[in-house]
Design a protein around this ligand. Structure first.
Ligand SMILES: C[S@@+](CC[C@H](N)C(=O)[O-])C[C@H]1O[C@@H](n2cnc3c(N)ncnc32)[C@H](O)[C@@H]1O
Length: 256
């Protein structure tokens, strides 16, 4: 793993799901060495206290109801600072390559001849359910999981997800960015044959202030989420594992 940042290089640092304690050792070391740090609102921004006092900290990305920096501008800044010989950290929430546009940023740097290194992060896709006591796989319940984005509804021309296939896959479905379209997603899954009684859970703001977990079924989880005022960031887990809760007690009859 990277011990010393190299001037003129961009390091994509995965920040984990929000609590700075869930940032990796390598990620924290990189933050402490960087000349420039470009960070998002879902990154563990308390960890920026470990940046050098003279480091330039640049907020980019999408702040709710706030500032929005276009992706092209973020890539331009990464290249510009690296070409100036600076040690550049791109800090994101979770892992940069899980709905984090890390690939686009890597490509932009590569096209400009800027070297890129990667420090993976703990993705919220696994960490948020885990912190709520929900294992995304469990030997007797689910032999796999699929992580999908719910940022566009099923049937939308921009959606490339085969929801019917997921409905019949007998594995766990983990939905990121799916708060707004949860009603359409749940209905599409049950219309495609998923048992309406299939357990479902929504984990909101895991390891952040206001963290909550709601549990129900795929048939009622969207109504529950709406009634409870769930807002992003939140993750929905659909499948038998959503009925498990290791944070409290395993239900009777579930083999560990
Ligand atoms: C643009 S995606 C980025 C995912 C990130 N790269 C990762 O690996 O976790 C943002 C979405 O991740 C999920 N998310 C991120 N942090 C979360 C948290 N602490 N609790 C619940 N969901 C979270 C939400 O679904 C949110 O809308």
């Amino acid at each position: 793993m990277i011990k010393e940042l190299t001037p003129g290089t961009v390091v994509l640092v995965g920040g984990g799901p929000g609590d700075p304690d869930l940032l990796t050792v390598a990620g924290l070391r990189a933050i402490g060495q960087a000349d420039v740090i470009l960070y998002d609102h879902l990154a563990p921004n308390d960890a920026l206290a470990d940046a050098r006092p003279d480091a330039e900290l640049i907020p980019v990305g999408k702040w709710p109801r706030g500032k929005y920096t276009p992706q092209e501008e973020i890539s331009r800044l990464l290249v510009e600072h690296a070409r100036a010989g600076r040690r550049v950290v791109r800090l994101k929430g979770g892992d940069n390559f899980v709905f984090g546009r890390g690939g686009e940023e890597w490509r932009a740097c590569a096209a400009a001849g800027v070297p890129v290194e990667v420090i993976p992060g703990v993705s919220s896709a696994v960490a948020a359910p885990g912190l709520a006591g929900i294992p995304v796989t469990h030997r007797t319940v689910s032999q796999g999981f699929t992580v999908v984005s719910g940022h566009v509804p099923p049937g939308d021309p921009r959606s490339t997800i085969d929801w019917a296939a997921l409905a019949g896959a007998h594995t766990t479905i983990v939905i990121l960015m799916g708060v707004k379209y949860l009603p359409q997603i749940s209905a599409t899954l049950t219309d495609a044959g998923l048992d309406p009684a299939t357990p479902a859970a929504v984990v909101m703001a895991a390891c952040m202030p206001g963290s909550r977990t709601l549990r129900g079924t795929v048939a009622d989880i969207a109504d529950l989420a709406a009634a409870e005022g769930v807002t992003p960031p939140a993750i929905t887990v659909i499948g038998g594992v959503a009925a498990l809760d290791w944070a409290h007690e395993a239900p009777a009859g579930v083999s560990t």
